[in-house]
Ligand binder design. Structure first.
Ligand code: HEM
Length: 133
């Protein structure tokens, strides 16, 4: 008998994921170290990030169908992603997970993966104000 693989996107569900992304960006919008690098209107950012997370979690490739290959590190290059910002980003995500009640193994695995991706995005040291400006 063959078992269907567990698809995190299906376990979490599109509605919860969408809710989580809205909560996440409401936190980014008020975070003093993240806010300066994000646009004031986060509607489009939220939409793109939700599309990305759907495919990151094994759902349909809705991000790539509209925007092409994610090339995440390259797309983050215009912004100064310091270790401090990566930490703040992950904290906003962790709080958003709490608020939608995501828990257990799925949360643990998802969060660990986000930690790796967030660390991969780092492209500037802390307190490096002149780079890219
Ligand atoms: C490490 C801390 C991070 C910071 C500070 C950060 C910051 C940003 C900023 C400033 C944008 C541009 C927003 C806009 O102009 O609309 C962006 C876009 C994006 N980020 Fe991040 N990001 C981080 C980590 C991540 C991670 C870990 C992921 C994926 C797991 C991710 C996925 C995306 C995606 C999909 C976009 C949209 C790209 C596009 O324009 O199509 N980011 N991020």
């Amino acid at each position: 008998m063959t078992q269907r693989p567990i698809i995190p996107f299906e376990e979490i569900g599109e509605e919860t994921l969408g809710q989580m992304m809205k909560i996440f960006y409401s936190k980014v919008a008020t975070n003093p170290i993240l806010k300066p690098i994000f646009p004031d209107d986060l509607t489009e950012t939220t939409r793109k990030q939700t599309q990305f997370q759907i495919q990151y979690l094994g759902g349909p490739n809705v991000y790539s169908e509209e925007h092409g290959h994610p090339m995440l590190k390259a797309r983050h290059m215009p912004f100064k992603i310091t270790p401090e910002r990566a930490q703040a980003w992950l904290e906003c995500m962790s709080e958003a997970m709490d608020e939608v009640g995501l828990e257990g193994k799925i949360r643990e695995v998802y969060y660990k993966r986000l930690v790796l991706t967030a660390h991969h995005m780092i492209n500037a040291p802390d307190n490096d104000e002149e780079v890219f400006e």
